[in-house]
Write a protein that binds this ligand. Structure first.
Ligand code: CTP
Length: 426
């Protein structure tokens, strides 16, 4: 359906000077009111904002308030003869630099995923070849419903970008979870990150990128294994972001239930030892990112048949052996090549202190540290709040979607690699 250019640019996400044309499609959710502030802030930054409102959106904010803020007429109907004569839906789609759907309801997302064109908003989305950013907002149960999950995965595969939803209290009393429209500053940053991409901007073109992702499963017997709660979302987003920036990406993934990113070579493994083998086979790499939550230990001799409870007096004793440290092994292997090795530090306490130790002990150039204690909702969730540790110091980033974290890390890595390569050539 919609193919959009990649996020990020060789020069980072800050070169946003020129004004852009934003087509904002307001969907029917209680969070529609946030769009009023969004429009105001976009205009303050010099952007031109044109708005289309769905029928449901008009129940939450009036076209009059929106028109007053945009200083433009608001478009509402696909079959309005005046509208179509003046500026048809094809031109609305064509005249924008980026199209933003916010708040995007479960229904709007479903109609987008299904390629419907039964109102002005969906007709524009079907007709456009511009970047599309979707900011979902709905009840957490609707967001987590398998139908919505399928639709979102499909749209991501089609090249649609997502920001949020945020996790928190819902308008319905007593409801909490993922489903809130992200706050305006985050939405603003996500919109502007779309402009930072020159269509030809593929700063990782010609680079080989290796990403590990997901958990590993260490067998106890043919039916049981040791595992952890990693979903693979952050690692997969990193691989997707690197591919969008033009890299030749190998994603070595442990067992996960999420879709493989497009345009990436995926090697599926189960155990840490298999992961190490696949990683070695994928070398050399210019950039290697170790996002997998590798099991530190494996059962020394897994039982070849199912361990039986009946007939035994005591629980079985498992003897564990330490798994190879994949990151450390690979960091030691590189010689002379201008490469960048990025590790993760998943911690539940003293995050920065542990991460600083890992930066040294693992031989990584950067460590991405995060707090994965259950109260943060990061492990398995859609968002991440990371600290980036480099030889230059530590940066703490605000919470953002895992896709945005990935884009920012990979964009940063592309800049760093370019500097390394320039220095090596001198
Ligand atoms: N890692 C790895 N191979 C291992 C263990 C970890 O490649 N056998 C990598 C992870 O992918 C991550 C980094 O090392 O990039 C840190 O992983 P983490 O689980 O946070 O640390 P550990 O080395 O397991 O240390 P600890 O259990 O003491 O926190």
């Amino acid at each position: 359906m919609i193919k959009s250019p990649p996020l990020g640019s060789s020069s980072g996400l800050t070169n946003l000077a020129s004004a852009k044309r934003i087509l904002l499609l307001i969907g029917g959710g209680i969070a529609a009111y946030k769009c009023l502030d969004l429009i105001r802030r976009l205009r303050e930054r010099g952007h031109h904002v044109r708005v289309v409102m769905t029928k449901a959106a008009q129940q939450f904010v009036t076209p009059l308030s929106v028109a007053a803020l945009t200083n433009e007429r608001v478009f509402t109907d696909l079959f309005d003869l005046d509208d179509e004569r003046e500026i048809g839906h094809i031109r609305l789609a064509r005249d924008a630099d980026v199209i933003v759907a916010a708040p995007a309801t479960a229904d709007l997302i479903a109609r987008m995923a299904g390629g419907h064109a039964d109102d002005l908003a969906t007709a524009i989305l079907l007709a456009t070849d511009k970047p599309v950013l979707v900011a979902p907002a709905m009840n957490p149960r609707m967001w987590l419903n398998p139908a919505t999950r399928r639709n979102v995965e499909q749209l991501k595969r089609d090249g649609v970008h997502f920001v949020g939803p945020a996790v928190g209290e819902m308008a319905e009393r007593g409801e909490a979870g993922p489903g809130r429209l992200v706050e305006v500053p985050e939405l603003l940053a996500a919109i502007e990150s779309q402009f930072a991409i020159p269509a030809e901007g593929k700063p990782l073109a010609g680079c080989r990128v290796l990403v590990t992702s997901g958990p590993t499963h260490e067998p106890i017997d043919p039916v049981r294994y040791i595992a952890n709660r990693s979903s693979g979302k952050q690692g997969h987003e990193l691989a997707a972001a690197a591919a969008r920036l033009g890299a030749d990406v190998t994603l070595v993934s442990g067992p996960v239930s999420i879709a493989a990113p497009q345009g990436v070579h995926v090697v599926r493994v189960s155990t840490a030892e298999e992961m190490l083998g696949a990683v070695k086979a994928a070398l050399p790499a210019d950039l290697a990112i170790f996002a997998a939550a590798v099991a530190d230990w494996r059962v020394s001799t897994p039982n070849t048949s199912k361990i039986k409870k009946s007939g035994s007096d005591a629980p079985p004793e498992l003897t564990l052996t330490e798994n190879p440290d994949i990151l450390k092994t690979i960091a030691q292997l590189r010689k002379g090549r201008p490469t960048l090795v990025v590790g993760f530090a998943a911690e539940t306490n003293d995050v920065l202190a542990h991460a600083k130790k890992k930066l040294k002990s693992k031989g990584a150039d950067w460590i991405v540290a995060n707090d994965v204690s259950s109260r943060t909702g990061i492990m398995g969730g859609e968002h991440n709040a990371i600290h980036l540790l480099t030889s230059e110091g530590t940066e703490s980033w605000p919470e953002m979607s895992k896709a945005e974290v990935a884009t920012k890390i990979v964009t940063r890595a592309a800049n760093h690699l370019a500097t390394l390569k320039r220095a090596a050539a001198e």
